[in-house]
Design a protein around this ligand. Sequence first.
Ligand code: NAD
Length: 453
Amino acid sequence: MKTSFGMTRRDFVRLGAGAAVVGAAVKSTLLEPAGLAAQAPPDARKIRFAIVGTGIRGCNLLSSARNVPTGVCVGAADLYSTRRRAGIEAFGAEFPTSGDYRTLLDRKDVDAVLVATSDHHHRRVTLDAVAAGKDVYCEKPMSHSIEDGFAMVGAVQANKRIFQAGSQRVSSVLYAKAREIFASGRLGDVHEIDAQWNRNTPGGAWVYPIPPDASPETIDWKGFLVDAPDRPFDPKRFFRWRCFRDYGSGLGGDLFVHLLSGIGVVTGMNTPANRAYSTGGIYHYKDGREFPDLLETVFDFPSENGGVQVHLHCNQANDDGDEGITFYGSTGTMVMTGKTVTFTPQDVRPKFESYGWGGMTEAQRHKGMEDWKAAHPEPLAALGDAESFTLPQGYDDTAVHIANFFNAVVTRKHVVEDEVFGNNAAIGCHMANQSYFHRGVASWDAAAKTIKV
Ligand SMILES: NC(=O)c1ccc[n+]([C@@H]2O[C@H](COP(=O)([O-])OP(=O)(O)OC[C@H]3O[C@@H](n4cnc5c(N)ncnc54)[C@H](O)[C@@H]3O)[C@@H](O)[C@H]2O)c1
């Protein structure tokens, strides 16, 4: 049988046009993570850590840390008295608590501090902790401003402390697999990465509950404000601080930072972008917030292969497109979701491309095809299968990230998400936000360590 271009069916397959069906299979593998630690050391050798901030994330950290046998929580601080109790419940064991974190730093028996405060306290607590000789695990985004980030890098390095930023995905076995696939070169040249994280619930848009006991008697409001502009007690600002620029970093600091950290650990890119351009708006949550509920940013990253365009977008009023990152390479595509990574080879085997012969005579087309066949006498090599890797149920990357930090505290060996990596990821968030608020392209000036818009 002849096709419209005079090819036989055999020609059609041999020339590559039927290749898509050849590589359709997907090989699926369940990932097998290593244990958190083979055996718990005796109590005396466990890392003794304190935590500053036992709100939503602080309690998550404590409930993950209770499964990490190499550390034990020996104290906590929070500005809201009820949360001091919540921290103890999350860890499942008693420890002393305080409203003033400096009492924890004075203690000689505290090796390390986990910082899980709102973003605008990260710098202050980290600087005090490293000055007191403590190693620090600080939640993402590492900084609330460019100046904060560089002050933190300087203080950590001057005090020779271990510092780990808290984008836990960098420790995930899923990201290790993605990194392995990326490093294998199977993706070819990657110049485009697209990532999103959408949510469609009030909680996903930071409309967190305000507990009935919230009052100036239970919350140290002045302690919360610190350097932020003074204002009367406002529980909305205390519990929903992510919406406001004085305390949080919006979608940039909440979700972009995870995506940027994930992209950084997979690709090995550990530098701020050259430029970022954002658009977005407050479309759905007209509740007095300052940060957009829909944010899209295109970053132009420098890289060894000449540059990578990274497109991030987060929408708080639609959840089609939960957390995910796609790496578009010249020979393959890799798609990450929260639980899987899938590599699909692209069919770039040489093929006779009939489309371009469409405007030519039958004799020209025939000659073109015969020439092509003569130049490609070998049959097509098989296209590899797509491969997919899945996390086991219940896998807790936060516990693994904490375990990695405790190990580093003991060994003094470098952690992946150190102060420089954490700072670079946070700079990406600040560039996205500055572009959005100034309605212009945000350029990174590496020499001056500033963003120019
Ligand atoms: N890694 C992740 O997946 C992840 C998830 C959620 C939040 N986070 C990060 O964790 C941090 C905390 O977020 P959250 O949702 O827990 O906020 P939250 O408001 O629920 O809790 C923050 C707590 O910090 C306390 N606090 C603030 N400053 C303090 C200080 N100087 N001393 C003592 N306590 C202080 C507050 O009283 C509050 O209870 C943020 O930086 C956030 O971006 C990370």
